[in-house]
Write a protein that binds this ligand. Structure first.
Ligand code: 5GP
Ligand code: MG
Length: 470
């Protein structure tokens, strides 16, 4: 892979939720998205239909900032789709918030995307060269343009054709005024599950959202599958040949991104993380007085570490959950010596203690360094850092927001160098074999961010601002 591919690349994690066949769909979608808020905090939107037209509301910010009127009475209907969006600076523009709603020759369509399309730039140029006008700078919008192409008569056929042109990672929810469609790319990079709610159907990025609305989990949308639900019922088709080799399910969903109460790719995330912590303790034991997690992402791995090592667990960090995006000014966030408002320390827990700090991952290393310095100020005698996944050395082209390799600390530095930078007494990461050992089908996961080996070649050059004109 050429170095230019490591340049700033598109970054989006998102959460998707959809309902078909339940009155008051908008309120359910709101609740479902609320359970998926961890997947994206920068924008939210819902589109619904009662059969006559598509209604939509979307905006920047958290769900409860966008939907101040609840239940969302402006969004009538028994079907709809919703989206919570995460994007990094640069392309956080109001028009990029999803669902994207467009009027095609046969009426209004809406779509919502989780993932990252690796051939969106090329396809966009082709469409622009023939006169198409794009509303957003997202990679997702291209799907709408291909669907609008009136080559095929039936809607399903048009969607299948359009999906077969896409490369990269996607879970899509698509709706017309009569139907909802749910699909995943052929490698299955991003999760999407199907649930039942009474006579209706629900789709969600994670099963925690199904639980929250009282739906029962039915199964995952399969890689390469298109599921269509309308008044005639539910139908399934495939839009591509199944992949010849292993799948590319994102292992980082289990390491960090998904909520512990979710079942992702057939396995409970909480259980996975406990296993990772236990394995970490076996691989990298250390003499210490207590194990403490970096909350919330390190909680389960720390518990597993404590169980396997016999070192008691305690809570030395207190996380403040009320820090909004507007509270921390950019200048303040950049100040290395600023008090870490998000994570406070209980001095009595750490004073004079040898502590093992367990976190799920180190990305830039900067927050980790600040926390270790704070622990020392609070009187910790030794600080041993343990990380429940291998060093993140490579970018993700498939929908996880890792910075460019220049900012990924493990891309340019050895473990001892990172230990010196974060000023830990010791630092150790879980091995790739140890990570894979926590899964029943380890071959079906993408480990590109650790190994540099991606399940499919990335042929297009990427930049976060690729699709921005200004
Ligand atoms: P670092 O020490 O590298 O600055 O930050 C590591 C922390 O970032 C870990 O606690 C980890 O849970 C968190 N983290 C890992 N991946 C992501 C991500 O994609 N987005 C956000 N917001 N945090 C992440
Ligand atoms: Mg964390």
């Amino acid at each position: 892979m050429k170095e230019h591919l490591f340049a700033d690349h598109p970054r989006e994690h998102c959460g998707l939720f959809s309902v078909f066949g339940v009155p008051g769909a908008a309120q359910l979608i709101y609740t479902g998205l609320f359970a998926l808020q961890h997947r994206g905090q920068e924008g939210a939107g819902i589109a619904t239909s009662a059969g006559a037209k598509v209604h939509s509301t979307k905006g920047e910010g958290l769900l409860n900032e966008v939907f101040t009127v609840r239940p969302p009475t402006a969004l009538p209907g028994h079907l709809g789709i919703g989206h919570v969006r995460y994007s990094t600076t640069g392309s956080s523009r109001p028009q990029n918030v999803q669902p994207i709603v467009c009027e095609c020759s046969d009426g209004l369509w809406a779509l919502a995307h989780n993932g990252n399309l690796t051939n969106a730039k090329r396809l966009r140029h082709i469409y622009q060269d023939s006169g198409a006008i794009f509303q957003t700078s997202t990679d997702s919008e291209i799907l709408m343009h291909i669907i609008a192409d009136p080559q095929y008569r039936t809607r399903t056929r048009r969607v299948e054709r359009a999906l077969s042109e896409l490369e990269g990672a996607f879970a899509f929810l698509i709706m017309t005024k009569h139907s909802v469609m749910a699909t995943r790319d052929r490698f299955g990079f991003r999760p999407l599950s199907i649930g039942r709610l009474g006579q209706g159907y629900v789709f969600a990025s994670e099963t925690c959202a199904l639980d929250q609305v009282g739906a029962t989990f039915e199964r995952d949308v399969l890689p390469g599958e298109l599921v269509v639900v309308d008044e005639k019922g539910i139908r399934s088709s495939t839009f591509c040949e199944p992949v010849a080799g292993p799948l590319g399910q994102c292992i980082f969903e289990h390491v960090y991104f998904a909520r512990p109460d979710s079942i992702v790719f057939g396995q409970n995330v909480h259980e996975t993380r406990i296993k990772l912590g236990r394995q970490l303790a076996r691989e990298h034991p250390v003499a210490a007085d207590l194990v403490m997690p970096v909350p919330d992402s390190g909680n389960e791995a720390a518990l597993g570490f404590s169980q396997a090592s016999g070192i008691p667990m305690d809570y030395g960090f207190i996380r403040n959950h009320y820090i909004g995006r507007t509270f921390i000014m950019p200048e303040m966030a950049q100040r290395q010596d600023s008090i870490d408002l998000k994570l406070a320390i209980v001095p009595g827990v750490v004073r004079d203690q040898r502590v093992v700090v367990v976190d799920d991952s180190i990305v830039r290393g900067s927050t980790c360094k600040r926390r270790i310095a704070a622990l020392r100020r609070a009187g910790a005698k030794e600080v041993h850092m343990r990380v429940s996944c291998p060093p993140v050395r490579h970018p993700c082209f498939f929908g996880i927001d890792f910075p460019s390799s220049g900012e990924l600390i493990a891309a340019g530095h050895s473990v001892p160098e990172i230990r010196d930078y974060i000023q830990a007494d010791s630092l150790a990461y879980l091995s790739l074999e140890g990570l894979l050992g926590a899964f029943e089908q380890p071959g079906d996961f993408c480990t590109g961010c650790y190994s540099g080996k991606y399940p499919v070649a990335v042929t297009e050059e990427h930049s976060k601002q690729d699709l921005e004109k200004t």
